[in-house]
Design a protein around this ligand. Structure first.
Ligand SMILES: Cc1ncc(COP(=O)(O)O)c(C=O)c1O
Length: 398
């Protein structure tokens, strides 16, 4: 039986109308967003409409998202918040294991990196604290800080906080690899901030799995960041995020971070998969995949430099290679032309990036065949040339 569709109420109708106008305006500015609806996905290969494409825009840097490990059968759900009765042995075990492997006293597992970043800052920062935040920080960090009572100060991209400014606690919120630019802060600056008595909130979303035997950029620092956020949906190919800190801080987060307190515990189905990915990444298979990844990154960076004269890419010791286009419409056109040739690269536009910062955010994976990287580079260079974008910058200066 077809369910009855209720007629819209005047309020619902008015809301639809308001959004119709807003969406129309977005379309006029080439700012509309739509999920691309891939089908028949096999790793980086899938169909978009009637085209077979290869993705150069996923965060599956090590090709682990397709892993299907034989996993012990787990209950589907945690059935409640961790603080009620959703706290399971598998949660506690994996938190302990991850914290130990990262050299932290404790870790708290959140359902996603976004939720961790939105939930943790407000639980820790108080009025009188000063939070420095990089201009290009991820939306989740921006929103998380907005929910806190601290005074916020936006830094220029890659700028380090001033040495000493009076505050109860001086926090530095930053990503170790910026999701849209592929560069990152100098580790020495992070160490200096910590050495001078400040706290560091470091998001390792695009570094975990890739550096220091998979332990991320923080593992290369002299001091431990105060808070380390380790999202698992990128190189680990899973979902969820660990927040690592001291025992004291983690105990506080468990009791006070609203995005942890008022949400159902992470599904136990996911835990063996996270454990499997962590094990792979830390072992010889992780080394093998990282080697493939960096070989592909180097190849693409060299080809784009040589054939399209793209400057600045050598500064990116990451699999994220942005090609700055500037104009929204042109970024969309380039993305569509790449699609015609079988390559999927989403055009990234404001508000994800600053005004006039529209770009192709190209990401490389260990799962790309070297010949595929080569063919992609050839097509991209040809299109950039056609659009007069050869010799463009790969950097968006703030
Ligand atoms: C820097 C950064 N932090 C956090 C997140 C959110 O992580 P998740 O996808 O697990 O919600 C992202 C994802 O885009 C990110 O790029």
């Amino acid at each position: 039986m077809t369910p009855r569709v209720s007629p819209p109420s005047p309020g619902n109708h008015a809301l639809d109308e308001r959004l119709r106008v807003a969406l129309e305006r977005e379309r006029e500015q080439a700012l509309e967003r739509r999920c691309p609806a891939p089908t028949e996905r096999r790793g980086l290969h899938y169909r978009l409409g009637d085209r077979e494409v290869v993705s150069f825009c996923s965060n599956d840097y090590l090709g682990l998202a397709e892993e299907r490990p034989p996993a012990p059968l787990q209950p589907s759900g945690a059935a409640a918040s961790r603080l009620v009765c959703g706290d399971m042995q598998v949660h506690r075990d994996i938190e302990h294991r991850f914290a130990t492997s990262m050299g932290f006293e404790d870790a708290v597992l959140f359902p996603s990196g976004f939720q961790a970043n939105v939930g943790v800052p407000a639980s820790l920062l108080q009025a009188g604290d000063l939070a420095y935040s990089d201009a290009l920080n991820h939306a989740s960090l921006i929103d998380g800080l907005r929910l806190s009572s601290a005074t916020r100060r936006i830094l220029g991209h890659l700028e380090a906080p001033p040495r000493a400014e009076p505050a109860a606690v001086r926090w530095w919120f930053v990503e170790s690899v910026f999701s849209m630019d592929g560069d990152g802060p100098a580790l020495a600056d992070l160490d200096t901030h910590l050495a001078l008595g400040g706290c560091v909130y470091l998001d390792e979303a695009h570094a975990l799995g890739l550096y220091a035997n998979g332990r991320g950029r923080a593992a290369q620092m002299s001091h431990r960041p105060t808070i380390l956020v380790a999202p698992l949906g990128k190189a680990l190919g899973c979902a969820g995020a660990f927040v690592c800190a001291s025992s004291q801080v983690c105990a506080w987060i468990r009791g006070h971070a609203r995005a942890f307190v008022f949400t159902t515990g992470v599904s136990p189905v996911l835990i063996p998969r996270i454990a499997h990915a962590l094990e792979l990444v830390a072992g010889p298979e992780g080394d093998r995949r990282r080697e493939l990844l960096w070989r592909n990154v180097e190849a693409l960076r060299t080809l784009l430099g040589e054939r399209a004269g793209l400057g600045g890419l050598e500064r990116h010791a990451s699999p994220i290679l942005p090609v700055l286009v500037g104009d929204n419409r042109r970024a969309l056109a380039l993305s569509a032309e790449l699609l015609d040739r079988g390559w999927h690269v989403q055009a990234i536009r404001p508000p994800t990036v600053p005004e006039d910062g529209a770009r192709l955010r190209i990401t490389v994976s260990a799962a790309h065949e070297p010949q595929t990287v080569e063919r992609f580079a050839r097509d991209l260079c040809e299109l950039l040339d056609r659009h007069g974008l050869a010799s463009a910058s790969s950097r968006c200066e703030p």
